[in-house]
Design a protein around this ligand. Structure first.
Ligand code: GDP
Length: 179
């Protein structure tokens, strides 16, 4: 770690209410949350130690605020251009959000055609077992079709959230020049 340690921007995408803010708050760490919310921040920086190596992620939960602006200006969203990695979140209790996730994947491909950027598809809210509308098999199959990684999480139970961000780090490292 040092002044030249690279910083990677990770952008969260997904419909309102799927749990993006909850996931990013867990990433940021509960102690810091009150402070960050007071400052009205929606970008969080943290250094993760994964496989014995430190990597700093800047996680951006700016999709909804930007989308509002961008749909008015009819310009392409900045979010789709600045990310070094993308986390596309849907709720397993909301089929509409699952369909939106596919659309976001297509939009992303259009914006970043030539690049091999890591994308992780996330099915959140697995704790709401009785309300499930999207099966784990459907999620997995969608990830295969759209050529991205897949994980199911529960922000409420803090299940698989650390694994999600560790997976992001590993996917970024796989694409580093030289390995
Ligand atoms: P965002 O709009 O995508 O940022 O979603 P939020 O993080 O604001 O979450 C929307 C609502 O879903 C909130 O009431 C959260 O408490 C709730 N929520 C988020 N993640 C989970 C989860 O894994 N399980 C359950 N049961 N509720 C969740």
């Amino acid at each position: 770690a040092g002044a030249w340690e690279p910083l990677y921007r990770v952008v969260l995408l997904g419909d309102p209410g799927v749990g993006k803010t909850s996931l990013v708050n867990l990433f940021a760490g509960v102690q810091e949350r009150d402070l960050l919310e007071q400052r009205g921040e929606d970008t969080y920086e943290r250094t993760l130690s994964v496989d014995g190596e430190d990597t700093t992620l800047l996680v951006m939960d700016t999709w909804e605020s930007e989308k509002r602006v961008c749909s008015e200006s009819r310009l392409g969203s900045r979010c789709l251009q600045v990310g070094n990695a993308y986390v596309i979140v849907y709720s397993v209790t909301d089929r509409g959000s699952f369909e939106s996730a596919s659309e976001l994947r297509i939009q992303l491909r259009r914006h970043r055609q030539a690049e091999n950027i890591p994308i992780i598809l996330v099915g959140n809210k697995t704790d709401l077992v009785r309300c499930r509308e999207v099966s784990v098999e459907e999620g997995r199959a969608c990830a295969v079709v759209f050529d991205c990684k897949f994980i199911e999480t529960s922000a409420a139970l803090q299940h698989n959230v650390a694994e999600l961000f560790e997976g992001v780090v590993r996917q970024i490292r796989l694409r580093r020049p030289g390995g």
